[in-house]
Design a protein around this ligand. Structure first.
Ligand SMILES: C[S@@+](CC[C@H](N)C(=O)[O-])C[C@H]1O[C@@H](n2cnc3c(N)ncnc32)[C@H](O)[C@@H]1O
Length: 307
C-alpha cells in the first residue's frame, strides 16, 4: 500500500489507501475502535440508531457498514418482515460482520459489496439509511446524492461521524489525542504497517473534514433536509439526521440539538451509557491511553518551553 495520502489527494487515492487499511484491520476493527474511543463509540452508534426511530417492517441500508456495528443491532427493531442491508466496499469487513451475526439468533442481514458512490439499488427503496464513521472516506457529494436517490420520499438518513471541532481548544485537545495517543495504542493491539498507517491517517482525515454544522449544510445541499443534530466531545463526533425531500425545516443551523429528532438522540445516548460501562477492559485501555496522552503533552510542553 502507498504511504499516507497527501492533503488534497484525489478521492480515488484516498479510497485505495483506506481500502487497504480496512482489509488489514478487519479482524481487529471492533477492538481498536472500542479501545481508542474508551468504549464511547458504542454509545454514539446507539444514539444514531435511536435517532433513526426504526419500526417493524421497514427497510434499512447501512452504507459503509464495516463489521456491522450499526446494522446488526438495528435489525432487531425491524422485526421479521423488515429488511436490513449492510453495504461496504471491503469484503474482509463484511465477512467479519457475517461471522458476528452467525453467533446471534434472529433475523438476517443482507451483506452487499460495493462503493458508496454507486449504490446498486433502485431509487426510492429504503425507509432509512445510516452511515457510521465513514463519510470522511468517501466522495461526500456523490455518496450523499446516491443516498438521497435510494431513500424513499420522507425517508431518513442518519449519519454519525468524526467531525472537526469548531472551538480551537477542543480541536487542539482532541486532535492532539488522536495524533499522539491513538497510533501507539493501535500498535499495542496490532503491529501491521497498514493498520498503523490507517491510525495515523485518522486525525488527518478529521482535521480536513467538516464541522458538524457544515455537515448539516452538506446534507441540505444534497436534498436531505437536516432536522436534527447532536454533538459529542466538543464537536469531535456529530450525529446529523436528514429527511429526504423535506423542505423548509426550521432551525437547522442553530443550536446543538433541535427538534424532536434531536431530543430522541440525546435521550437514547443517556439510557445506553449503562451498557458501555460494563466493558471493563475499556476502562483499563482508557487508563493506558490517558497515561500516553499526559506523557505526550508534558513532552510537547517541555519542548515548547525549551525553544
Ligand atoms: C471506520 S469504518 C466504519 C464501519 C461502521 N460503519 C462502524 O460504524 O463501525 C469505515 C468503513 O467504510 C468503508 N468504506 C470506506 N470507503 C468506502 C466506499 N467508498 N464505499 C463503501 N465503503 C467504504 C470501509 O471499508 C470501512 O468498513
Amino acid at each position: 500500500m502507498s504511504a499516507l495520502p497527501e492533503v488534497g489527494a484525489t478521492a480515488e487515492t484516498r479510497s485505495r489507501f483506506v481500502h487497504a487499511g480496512f482489509v488489514a484491520s478487519a479482524r481487529w476493527y471492533d477492538r481498536l475502535t472500542h479501545a481508542f474511543s474508551f468504549g464511547l463509540d458504542g454509545r454514539w452508534r446507539e444514539a444514531c440508531l435511536r435517532a433513526c426511530d426504526l419500526r417493524p417492517g421497514q427497510t434499512l441500508l447501512d452504507v459503509a457498514t464495516g463489521t456491522g456495528e450499526l446494522v446488526i443491532p438495528a435489525r432487531r427493531a425491524l422485526g421479521p418482515r423488515g429488511i436490513a442491508v449492510g453495504f461496504d466496499f471491503c469484503a474482509e469487513m463484511l465477512s467479519e460482520g457475517q461471522r458476528k451475526l452467525s453467533r446471534e439468533p434472529g433475523s438476517a442481514v443482507a451483506w452487499v459489496q460495493g462503493r458508496a458512490e454507486a449504490l446498486p439499488f433502485q431509487s426510492e427503496t429504503f425507509d432509512r439509511v445510516t452511515l457510521g464513521f465513514a463519510l470522511r472516506h468517501v466522495d461526500v457529494g456523490v455518496a450523499l446524492r446516491e443516498i438521497a436517490r435510494v431513500l424513499k420520499p420522507g425517508g431518513q438518513f442518519v449519519v454519525v461521524e468524526w467531525t472537526r471541532p469548531e472551538c480551537t481548544l477542543a480541536r487542539l485537545l482532541s486532535l492532539g489525542y488522536m495524533r499522539h495517543a491513538v497510533p501507539p495504542l493501535v500498535r499495542l493491539i496490532n503491529r501491521d504497517r497498514r493498520v498503523a498507517e490507517l491510525a495515523r491517517y485518522l486525525p488527518r482525515s478529521i482535521e480536513h473534514f467538516m464541522s458538524g454544522e457544515a455537515l448539516g449544510r452538506r446534507l441540505e445541499a444534497s436534498g436531505l433536509a437536516p432536522v436534527g443534530r447532536r454533538e459529542y466531545m466538543l464537536g469531535l463526533v456529530s450525529i446529523c439526521v436528514g429527511v429526504n425531500g423535506a423542505v423548509g425545516v426550521k432551525g437547522h443551523s442553530g443550536g446543538r440539538v433541535y427538534g424532536e429528532v434531536g431530543a430522541r438522540v440525546s435521550r437514547y445516548a443517556r439510557t445506553s451509557w449503562e451498557e458501555s460501562r460494563r466493558k471493563r477492559w475499556v476502562i483499563l485501555a482508557s487508563g493506558v491511553v490517558l497515561g500516553i496522552v499526559a506523557f505526550q503533552m508534558i513532552f510537547e510542553l517541555v519542548e515548547l518551553l525549551s525553544r
